[in-house]
Design a protein around this ligand. Structure first.
Ligand SMILES: *Cc1c(COP(=O)(O)O)cnc(C)c1O
Length: 401
């Protein structure tokens, strides 16, 4: 195996994110394949016993066991690190495996976490339910409010954890202000960048320490596999994340890594087209529904901040109708868009968050984070936006809007 562009990153590092998405981290075997090879192997054989011993001592760079290293997985890790301008990255079996590893690898009993209150349901469960069982306290705040971050800091605060845009309210966090504040207090920022991906937003450029992903979403992009990733400094990945990951084993299978590598090749193209389609659909809905949370629309309160941090708005947004009955009626009238709680797919998908993705969050927490009974989240896909607009138009009329 050799890298296609030499043995260090001196050449590849300068390439822009769209180039990295196609080429970054590519290794080639002796066969000279153009498409990344899929290494479905759990173990590796050694020429002699001394080589095996040298590998375990870390003195021979070869691989030992796929919980520790795998060539296909390593290509994906290097590609995501290059796209994110991070020093290193490790991938996990799902987005939630990534979030869990990113938090637990660095937190201990007695620590405190400040988290954005608008978040993916399972991210809230980690903060509200799992961390307290290990003596790790947390405060959830309105992550749009820079002063709220500062006010929540305690002497034992170790981590700021947030999504931007947040799922599904689309709350935007001021990356520079919040990361600067964290740095001044020696706090590690962990940013869930699943919605924007490194194609549209690179939190490390704004001062973030750790970037975590559900690669299930836009990175795969075609609704096929679960995957997650954590990127950051070599020190964080090697000293904190790797010991946790290697010994607890939330690893991504080489097959799923290969699928995500194929997905990344088209990420830039897809996310820009999905952003354009989402703008067209958002403009149509803007005049028809009581409320729309769409970072690309000038009416969105955090539109300017969103567009400062992101290269485009992305394909996902939410909007509100009058309560659960009308939301369900609208979903049931759809003819093209699927009722599905997945996002990042090239198919347009819509769901009612309060009864699906945020079902496990208490009603009070849902209300506090802005996931109302009338909220619907729409993932705008790669279909012709005119067809999507026609489908929404007939479904809105059918639901009395
Ligand atoms: C989907 C999602 C996750 C969880 O990812 P999985 O791959 O489903 O485990 C975490 N954070 C955000 C923002 C998500 O959208």
């Amino acid at each position: 195996m050799k890298r296609t562009t030499g043995t260090d990153r001196s050449i590849t590092q300068g390439w822009r994110s769209a180039t990295q998405a196609v080429r970054g981290g590519t290794w080639r075997s002796e066969a000279g394949e153009t498409s990344e090879a899929l290494f479905l192997t759990s173990g590796y054989a050694y020429d002699d016993a001394e080589t095996a011993a040298a590998r375990f001592r870390g003195e021979d760079p070869g691989m030992t066991y796929s919980r520790l290293q795998n060539p296909t997985v390593a290509m994906l890790e290097e590609r995501i690190a290059l796209m994110d301008k991070a020093e290193a990255c490790r991938v996990q079996a799902s987005g939630m495996a990534a979030m869990t590893a990113a938090l637990l690898c660095q937190l201990s009993q007695g620590d405190h976490v400040v988290a954005g209150r608008a978040a993916f349901g399972s991210c809230r469960w980690l903060v509200d339910q799992l961390l307290p069982r290990f003596g790790i306290a947390s405060t959830t705040i309105d992550a749009r409010d820079n002063a709220a971050w500062e006010a929540a800091i305690q002497p034992n605060t170790k981590v700021f954890f947030f999504e931007t845009p947040a799922n599904p309210t689309m709350d935007i966090v001021d990356l520079k202000a919040v990361c600067d504040l964290a740095k001044a207090h020696g706090i590690t920022t962990v940013v869930d960048n699943a919605f924007a991906t490194p194609a549209l937003q690179r939190p490390i450029e704004w001062g973030a320490d750790v970037v975590a992903y559900s690669a299930t979403k836009m990175m795969d992009g075609q609704g096929r596999v679960l995957a997650g990733a954590v990127a950051g400094s070599a020190q964080f990945i090697n000293d904190k994340l790797l010991p946790f990951q290697r010994n607890t084993g939330p690893n991504l299978s080489p097959f799923n890594a290969w699928v995500v590598l194929k997905g990344l090749e088209t990420l830039d193209l897809r996310i820009r087209r999905q952003s354009e389609n989402s703008m067209a659909v958002g403009k149509m809905l803007e005049g028809r529904v009581p409320k729309i949370n769409h970072p690309g629309l000038a009416s969105f309160p955090q539109h300017n901040l969103a567009m400062q941090q992101m290269d485009a708005c992305g394909g996902i947004f939410s909007f509100e109708v009058e309560g659960r009955a009308q939301a369900h009626a609208l979903l049931n009238a759809l003819q093209l868009i699927d009722i599905s709680n997945n996002i990042g797919d090239s198919r347009s998908l819509m769901c009612h968050n309060a009864s699906t993705t945020h079902y496990s969050v208490s009603a009070e927490a849902r209300e506090e984070m802005g996931v109302t009974e009338g909220m619907l989240r729409l993932n705008v896909g790669l279909e012709d936006p005119a067809d999507l607009i026609e489908d929404l138009d007939q479904a809105l009329r059918s639901a009395g809007l």
